[in-house]
Write a protein that binds this ligand. Structure first.
Ligand SMILES: Cc1ncc(C[n+]2csc(CCOP(=O)(O)OP(=O)(O)O)c2C)c(N)n1
Ligand SMILES: [Mg+2]
Length: 796
């Protein structure tokens, strides 16, 4: 480590700190008249990582390394990318503004090469662990070419460690033999509200070691270490080691004079130590006492340089929240914002002239040419773009499936994947399945038997080698295609997020499929949201679902998931009734998750289908009689667009029944039961309320913006329905899912569904109890579609 390097890095750290402070200042003070809302500071929170990030990005990192940056360190991240030529001044000046640099690093909204979106604390941390597992997966399968493996690094807030999903990930990482993963804890001993408890680091240390991680504790910088070695230094070390976090923070905020008073009070006249401290000015004393390792470049560089192995490593680095700023150490500094007067003091200290705030080299004492040469040679910024574009993989135009006369969509899913598993193709080889301990019970078993489980080290299935009959072979190898997960659903979604970004992170296209019981989608919802937010691509299968999982019991019912499917951005939700529909949808999904166009919405559906996204399939274990029919191109298109007429309404139609999913037999039966008393009854099969609704909303918006001919799929379908006709909608889920159909063309509508939760029972009892059986559909039809009494109801 040369002095030149240290000089350049400390100059850059100053610059980064200044740029971050200035961008937040601009966001607040310059633009505060726009809406009167202050956007908060986070100056302090980002400053505590300024030194660590300077060391990493300008010296330690390589292009193949990937980093999840603590959300509030976003300004530091953007400032660094700016200096590396990957961020524009305009975006920095518009920090937190419309189309400006984002408040939290965002893969999709930022343009400066964010590896993982963060913001919901805890998720980015776990994502690095799963990304390192995925890195191993793609290397072992030969999908990564000759690209060297990188280190997956999380910059973690100390209070962020409260999030339970981090510990779930740790346990999973231990099981899977995680490596090439660093978690650097920004140990500033402050959260949002307060100062953290004493001795937290010891708990972290024990915990990480218990999970097989190396732990490196970086506490003091070279100035303090040097002082400790001088006569009386032991006393100083003992004092600072025992100094409570709150007091340390308060003194840091107060500065040199306060340190001097306190040390004198606590230590009295300590001979050589007193002389050493007396010799220092107030500023130098403050600098000494806050010389923590997380702000000491030599200590950081040495520590990072020493990690020459691939073992997972936790680095606990002591830092100061608000380092280098007048907010340093104050317990209320999280949202704190420097005043204009304080900014002027910082400006003077940084030697930045008004009007030159964004200039790269303003105020730095090193020659500009040296700094330019250094920036041009930063290892992290060598080579081309770090975000890869993996080629599209051909997927079969049609998925083969043998449909039994009666079967469930979940069974159909198993049969379809089994057939894919038999194929010898690049497509089939790139499927990777995963499930949180419900592999068997979600019908992934046949695929797993064919393709095996993934682990870097082969592991035999002892039951198999002992010749004990079992339906499932649980054999691990580096070529296996199923990633076993423990029950934690958060881990499922974070793994799907990592697998689903493999094309961009590692240049290796995968087709990730994750299965879980539908109600537990809610358990991992925030992770699912973040996976979609960062545009990870995967297929999620929620099965079984609704109250239709009756024998599974009331506690496993899912009601709101169809609404989640509709509302979740980046996720196209489908709920097929029949296996031929599922085959079409799954085939579509394999293509859809690979799309990355940015064109206009389709003029047929008004869906942004070119852009693609992830896919959610809500399936069922209910055996349903399958229709014998030919899959015409028109039917196929209807299934994908979200709906088709199972029975077209005639010109005098009085009632339409619109249904989704496993409840199809009840809808079909109800239509039959009222055929004699209501004319031309229509039956609308809705395979995706989500896509229908999205198309309708987009087409409406297009009309409002001056495209009068814009029509969505559902508008075309309902245009055939006479205005006086009533619509009964029904699904095994919340009735709001389809209730909006009435607003499309102004038809009177009665939405049926499930609003209450938790009753166990056999299917007919439950459907009756919740009012979604044929009888309830007919009764609803009678209520909203005037006409003679429906005989069937009288007969009951
Ligand atoms: C899931 C979630 N809950 C709450 C928040 C609000 N929040 C943002 S930062 C923070 C505390 C941060 O403390 P720490 O991780 O120690 O970072 P520091 O500010 O000290 O750098 C909280 C509670 C959030 N972003 N995400
Ligand atoms: Mg903190």
């Amino acid at each position: 480590m040369t002095k030149d390097l240290l000089d350049v890095l400390s100059a850059l750290e100053r610059k980064v700190l200044w740029l971050a402070a200035w961008m937040i200042h601009e966001a607040n003070h310059v633009r505060e008249n726009v809406d009167g809302l202050k956007v908060g500071g986070h100056q302090a929170s980002s400053a505590s990582l300024s030194t660590i990030m300077t060391a990493l990005y300008f010296h330690v990192l390589r292009p193949q390394d990937r980093v999840a940056v603590k959300p509030h360190a976003s300004p530091i991240f953007h400032a660094i990318q700016y200096l590396l030529g990957r961020q524009t001044r305009e975006k920095l000046a518009a920090f937190r503004g419309y189309k400006g640099a984002q408040s939290y690093p965002s893969r999709t909204k930022d343009t400066d090469d964010v590896d993982f979106s963060t913001g919901s604390v805890g998720l980015g941390v776990a994502q690095t662990l799963f990304a390192s597992l995925v890195q191993d997966y793609v290397h072992d399968h030969g999908f990564a070419g000759d690209r060297p493996p990188g280190r997956m690094i999380a910059l973690v807030g100390d209070a962020e460690m409260d999030e339970g999903n981090i510990f779930e990930a740790l346990l999973e990482g231990w099981k899977q033999g995680v490596r090439n993963c660093w978690w650097i804890i920004d140990y500033n001993r402050q959260s949002l509200d307060a100062v953290v408890r004493e001795g937290l680091w010891e708990q972290y240390e024990k915990l990480f070691r218990a999970f097989g991680w190396d732990v490196v504790i970086l506490k003091y910088g070279v100035l303090l270490e040097e002082a400790f070695r001088k006569p009386g230094g032991d006393t100083l070390r003992a004092w600072i080691d025992h100094c409570p976090n709150q007091l340390y923070s308060a003194l840091t905020f107060q500065g040199g004079a306060a340190w001097r008073r306190r040390l004198a009070d606590d230590l009295g006249d300590q001979g050589p130590l007193g002389a050493m401290l007396d010799a220092l000015s107030d500023d130098d004393l403050a600098r000494l006492m806050t010389n923590l390792a997380g702000h000491d470049l030599p200590t950081l560089l040495e520590a990072f340089g020493k990690i020459d192995h691939d073992r997972p490593t936790c680095i606990i680095a002591y830092t100061v929240k608000g380092h280098g700023l007048p907010l340093a150490g104050h317990k209320d500094n999280h949202a704190g914002l420097m005043t204009s007067a304080q900014m002027e003091i910082l400006r003077n200290a940084m030697k930045v002239r008004p009007g030159h705030e964004w200039d790269f080299f303003e105020g730095l004492s090193l020659p500009e040419s040296d700094l330019r040469a250094f920036l041009a040679s930063v290892p992290f910024a060598q080579g081309g773009p770090r975000r890869f574009h993996a080629a599209r993989i051909d997927v079969p135009a049609e998925l083969e499936v043998e449909i039994a006369p009666t079967m469930s969509t979940q069974q159909g899913f198993g049969v379809l994947l089994n057939a894919v598993g038999k194929q010898r193709s690049d497509f089939a080889d790139r499927i990777v399945t995963t499930s949180p301990d419900v592999t068997m019970s979600t019908n992934l078993g046949a695929f797993v038997n064919r393709r095996g489980l993934f682990a870097r080290q082969p592991m035999v299935d002892t039951f198999k080698s002992e010749r004990i009959p079992s339906t499932l072979t649980w054999e691990f190898s580096p070529k296996g295609q199923h990633m076993e997960l423990g029950i934690a659903e958060m881990n499922l979604f974070i793994l799907l997020s990592a697998l689903g970004l493999s094309h961009a992170l590692f240049g290796a296209r995968l087709f990730p499929i994750g299965t879980l019981y539908d109600p537990f989608v809610c358990r991992g919802l925030d992770a699912l949201n973040y996976a979609c937010y960062q545009d990870a691509r995967f297929i999620l299968v929620g099965t079984p679902s609704g109250i239709t999982l009756a024998p599974e019991g009331g506690a496993h019912q899912s009601i709101g998931t169809p609404l989640i499917g509709m509302a979740q951005d980046g996720l196209a939700a489908f709920e097929p009734s029949f296996v031929d529909e599922l085959a079409v949808i799954l085939g579509f999904a394999f293509d859809y998750i690979q799309r990355d166009g940015d064109g206009e919405p389709s003029e047929r559906t008004w869906l942004r289908d070119e852009t693609g996204g992830s896919v959610y399939l809500r399936l069922s274990t209910r055996p349903v009689e399958q229709p014998q029919r030919i899959m015409t191109p028109e039917l196929r298109q209807g299934i994908i667009d979200g709906a088709y007429w199972m029975r077209k309404p005639g010109p005098n139609c009085q009632v339409v029944v619109a249904y989704t999913g496993a409840i199809a037999p009840e809808a079909i039966q109800a239509v039959g039961l009222m055929a004699e008393d209501r004319r031309d009854v229509g039956l609308l099969a809705v395979t995706s309320a989500d896509r229908l609704n999205a198309g309708w909303t987009a087409a409406s918006r297009a009309r409002e913006r001056g495209l009068p001919h814009a029509r969505s799929h559902i508008e075309r379908l309902l245009a055939e329905v006479p205005p006086h006709c009533g619509i009964v909608t029904v699904l095994d889920g919340h009735p709001a899912t389809l209730a909006w159909l009435g607003a499309v063309a102004g038809h009177r509508t009665r939405p049926l569904g499930v609003e209450h939760f938790g009753q166990t029972g056999a299917l007919p009892d439950l459907y009756r109890h919740y009012g979604i059986d044929a009888n309830a559909i007919v009764a609803a039809a009678q209520a909203i579609a005037p006409g003679r009494p429906i005989r069937y109801l009288k007969a009951l």
